[in-house]
Each structure stands twice: as C-alpha cells, then as structure tokens.
Write a protein that binds this ligand. Structure first.
Ligand code: NAI
Ligand code: MG
Length: 339
C-alpha cells in the first residue's frame, strides 16, 4: 500500500459539501492516496471560525501544500472580500490550469484543449479609482493593469513545461498587443522568448484575443493549449466550458511553487443547494487533476473513464446534463464503475 498523502479538504458553501462528499466517496472507491484534513472557508468559515479565510485553514494548506476545495460563496457588493482571491494571493497560485475535453458528445466532438491562465497579475490586481470632475465624484474611472516580465515568463515556462509533461504539441499565446502594446505586449514578448527554449519540442503561435474567441467557435480543433493573461483567460475558459457542455464539466487547478488548490470552475449554486441535484463531475475532474499533480496519472485516467462509462454506457446523468439522477445516485453508479 502506498504512503498516504495528507491534503486539505474544504467542503465550501452551497452545493460544496454535496459535491465534495461525492468526490471523496469516488476517490475512496478508486483507492486514492489522499488522507483528508477537513477545514472551513467562505460562509462556512464565518460560521465555524468567524472568518471567511480562517488562520487554521491557511495553516493547513501551508502544511500540506495541497487542497481540494468546494466553491465558496462571496457576498456581492458589501461584505468580505473574495476568499478565493485571498487564497490565490496568499499562496501565490500564479497558474490557473483549465482543461476541457468532450465527455458527452453534443455540439462539438473531440474537444481537447488546455487553457493556462495567469492567475495573479493583469487587470485583476484591480488597482482602481475614480477621478471627480465638477460635481460628479465618479466622473472618470481608472484601472491599472500590471504584467511583469518575471510573471509573464513564469507562466509561459509553466505552460511549456506542462506541454512537455503532458505530450502537448502547441501553445497559442493569446494577447491584444496591437492595442494594449505595453500590458499584453510584454506578455507576448516574454512568451515568445520562453518558447525558444522549447523549440523543436513544443510549437508556438499567437492570436489576438477577439480573433481567438471567434476561432474557438468556428474551428476549436486547431487549438491545443492556450496561454492567456488573467482577464482573457477568465473569459476564454468559460467559452471553452461552453464547448463541452457547461459548468458541470469544467475543472480547474490553481498552482503555485509551494501549494496547489484544486476546484470546480462553478460556484456554490445556491439555487440548488441542499436538494441533492448538483452534478459532482467538475469537482471529480478537479480531483483527477490533483491525482496527476501528485504523480498518479493512472488513477486519474481510471477516474475519467469511470465518469465516461457512467454517463455514456450506464446513462446515469444529473439534471443539468438532461438526466434525472440525484448527486447520490450518480455517485453510487460511478462508485460501482470504479470498484
Ligand atoms: P454558480 O456557478 O454557482 O451557478 C450558476 C448556475 O449553474 C446556477 O443555475 C447553478 O445551479 C448551476 N450550477 C453550477 N454548478 C452546478 C453543478 N455542479 N451542478 C448543477 N448545476 C450547477 O454561479 P453563481 O450563481 O454566479 O454564483 C454563486 C456563488 O458562487 C456566488 O457567491 C459566487 O461568488 C460563488 N462562486 C464561487 C466560485 C469558487 O469558489 N471558485 C466560482 C464562481 C462563483
Ligand atoms: Mg470566471
């Protein structure tokens, strides 16, 4: 029996506890190496510890360097700052990895694209302010984006290393360097520079973001990996999720030097929370990324195959995918496939 790997488990808010419970059950059936250290964050953090990002949760992630996280509710407008953003900053999780693959054939078949998003720079630093003019205190809005050469090189290197490790052939750098010549120009320049180190092993090209968005609809098969700044990556990763069937099927990994947090792309879905309707596949796929991250790709493959068989051969699907199964029914069917 392999040595256990301790990882932080954050059930999260809304449907979070339902999809994390399903994922833990499936991982147990799979014989995964993880041993869970359960911690709270988000609204659950406030309820249990009086803080959306409790110190003991941060300590646990720092200790383990590895976490599986359910979605966290962020109050809109007033209230605390996004717990997700705080954790990304705290652990300098500079790389957001969002792979999409066709599981259920539908509009697009055979999609297999990995988007790498820079996770802490760009316009998301949100250095914003208003300038008053006359009697209007908010007459002008100013936002400053920040991309550093080091940050751009770091994420480019991450993307090309990922390509080598996962047998990918091409990285497309996404930018708007024709207009945002400094902010996204530096990103393109650093990306091309890093690409030279991988010449002959991983191909590189680039696209202006708007053209890329259109090309993703017309001919997504031309893309292998996309390397994006923070904002463009946020937008295009949702477009990618749309190509393969929506939020219920989209996993993400937030990766830094010393820690990695795996999560679903979707939120806490308050409209269906506690009803047993949630599709756990996004978080299950995120757990698959986590297995790859700790060097267990064969377990990740088995998990993905099990999901595919449950959906396509057993025809057990949750409501968002046109089925009638509850979270528990889907999970039970998956566990049968994995056992
Ligand atoms: P959402 O992703 O929670 O829900 C959007 C729609 O998709 C809803 O109709 C929901 O029922 C459905 N949906 C989402 N996940 C599903 C699943 N696994 N199975 C079936 N249906 C699913 O986005 P929304 O409503 O904008 O945000 C709700 C809360 O989640 C907010 O507080 C937001 O800040 C937070 N959020 C947290 C994220 C995170 O922790 N990484 C990411 C996105 C949002
Ligand atoms: Mg987004």
């Amino acid at each position: 029996m392999d040595k256990k790997i301790t990882a932080t488990l954050i059930p999260g808010d809304g449907i979070g506890p339902e999809v994390t419970a399903a994922t833990v059950r499936a991982l147990d059936a799979l014989g995964s190496p993880f041993e869970w250290d359960t911690q709270y964050a988000g609204m659950a953090g406030v309820d249990h510890c009086g803080d959306p990002v409790p110190q003991q949760t941060l300590d646990s992630i720092r200790r383990n360097g590895l976490a599986l996280k359910g979605p966290l509710t962020t109050p809109v407008g007033a209230g605390f700052r996004s717990a997700n953003v705080r954790m990304r900053e705290e652990f300098k999780l500079y790389a957001n990895v969002r792979p999409v693959r066709t599981i259920i054939p539908g509009r697009y078949e055979d999609i297999d694209i990995v988007l790498i998003r820079e996770n802490i720079e760009g316009l998301y630093v949100a250095h914003e302010h208003f300038i008053p003019v006359g009697d209007d205190p908010r007459a002008v809005a100013v936002s400053t984006g920040i991309n550093t050469r080091d940050g751009a090189r770091r994420i480019a290197r991450f993307a090309f290393d990922y390509a080598l490790k996962h047998g990918r052939k091409k990285v497309t750098i996404v930018h708007k360097a024709n207009v945002l010549k400094a902010l996204t120009g530096i990103f393109l320049e650093a990306g091309r520079e890093v690409a030279k180190e991988y010449e002959g092993r991983v191909a590189v090209d680039d696209r202006i973001v708007d053209a890329c968005a259109m090309q993703l609809v017309l001919n997504p098969w031309q893309f292998d990996m996309l390397l994006c700044t923070n904002l463009f990556g946020d937008i295009l990763s949702d477009e990618l999720a749309g190509l393969v069937g929506g939020l219920g099927l989209a996993p993400g990994a937030n990766i830094g030097k010393d820690a990695a947090i795996f999560e679903a792309v979707h939120g806490s879905a308050p409209d269906i929370a506690g009803k047993g309707l949630a599709n756990p596949i996004s978080l299950l796929l995120a757990a698959g990324l986590m297995l790859e991250h700790v060097g267990k790709p064969e377990l990740a493959d088995r998990l993905r195959n099990g999901i595919q068989q449950t959906l396509m051969e057993d025809q057990v699907k949750t409501r968002d995918l046109g089925g009638t199964a509850s979270t528990d029914e889907f999970t039970a069917a998956l566990v049968k496939r994995l056992a």
